[in-house]
Design a protein around this ligand. Sequence first.
Ligand code: GBH
Length: 478
Amino acid sequence: MTRHTLGKDFLWGYATASYQIEGAPHEDGRADSIWDTFCRIPGKIADGSSGDVACDSYHRYKEDVALLKQLGAKAYRFSVSWSRVIPLGGRDDPVNELGIQYYVNLVDELHANGIVPMVTIFHWDLPQALHDRYGGFLNQKEYVQDYVRYARVLFEAMGSKVKHWITYNEPWCSTIHGYAIGLFAPGHTSDRSISSVGDSSTEPWLAGHNILVSHGAAVKLYREEFKSKDGGMIGITLNGDWTMPWDPENPADVEAAQRKLEFSIAWYGDAIYKGEYPTSMRKQLGDRLPEFTEEERKLVQGSNDFYGMNTYCSNYIKHKSGAPTLEDYSGNVEILLENKDGKPVGPETQSTWLQPDPPGFRSLLKWISDRYDRPMIYVTENGTSLKGENDLSKEEILKDEFRSEYFRGYVNAMTEAVTLDNVDCRGYMAWSLMDNFEWAEGYETRFGVTYVDYKGGQTRTPKNSAKVVAQLFGNLCS
Ligand code: GBH
């Protein structure tokens, strides 16, 4: 029988991340993460801001939960700040009971309101001390043990109350933006003088490899010591946007579009589902891309109970002629917002990289489902900014027609993937519950279904898109 709806158990809700919402960077024993440090470097954040206050969720988590309840959400995906829980990060460093208590309280508050918690263990904010001690992700021997100990602390503190664990959010971003482009912390680029073990021709691939091994090791721990008693699931969240050939008539562009998906998604996805990196990556990167030892492969292959999917838009892809440079990280392609005939992907938004394209979402869900043998998928982020939101009147902001239209299109495309393409999608977390610190964009770009008044005491006012999302799922989940 074909399903005509998403079903009663479909988990829908909203996502956020620790550094983007919490503020209180030095309260109750929290130490610096690489993002605290990065924000202090002049010129790194568009408006010169930081997450020092953000949405003040460290003090307002009860308000956040009340908001989720008001919006009708069934689930909430948040991330834990490692630097709150183990301020110095390492396996022999003390656990900060006040830090962990914050997350236990949050989880309890969610349950008291009938909302399912989905916990991201790591959303980019590595303890600064681990970066300083041994280069963070770049040192597998040290890093994996520290990450696994951190995960253990969380499983022990919240395992009985949390059934959905995500080891990492978008390792592509931590590695490429952090170790090649330099747009994100720790800001390594091809400038060799600041690199610690190599340069941007090797560091992202090594960092990614070590993240995969640490993910696998944490999953092993969860499965061996917690899963049978706690009954939860664990997986990783990968980012990736749909790609379309710039010139569909040109086989080189068709192939390039595929290659771009492999460099962004299959880099991590193939490792986890097939135990190897994509052939296209091996071919371009040679031995700059690490090989899996037998032991590493055993940890990584088969390490997802579900696939966490973050996606926002589509891109046109054009094959680049000539040999790829040593710094190329996307498969020797040009990423474009218009095709050969000048047709744009979609309307412009405040984010230069983001132009909405709902049909691309359906295609991408199917691509992932086909490539990995129909895994259980949770969409862990999807949403949009909109052009010039900061300049609109409060009334127009709250009307939020552009974002509402985005969600109508994307949620319908996902429903088609489920009902028509037989994709096994079990949940959808819109990004984001509220406007928040948008990394290098600071506060100029807003992704929330809730308006946050940064100058007026961080008050929260739901926008109309929140109502639209609730209505969509109200109809689809009955
Ligand atoms: C997510 O990242 C984050 O998880 C979340 O914290 C953030 O607030 C949200 O999105 C909105 O930005 O292929 O070189 O053209 C998504 C980040 C940005 C990653 C665009 C891929 C494309 C770069 N994505 N990026 S490229």
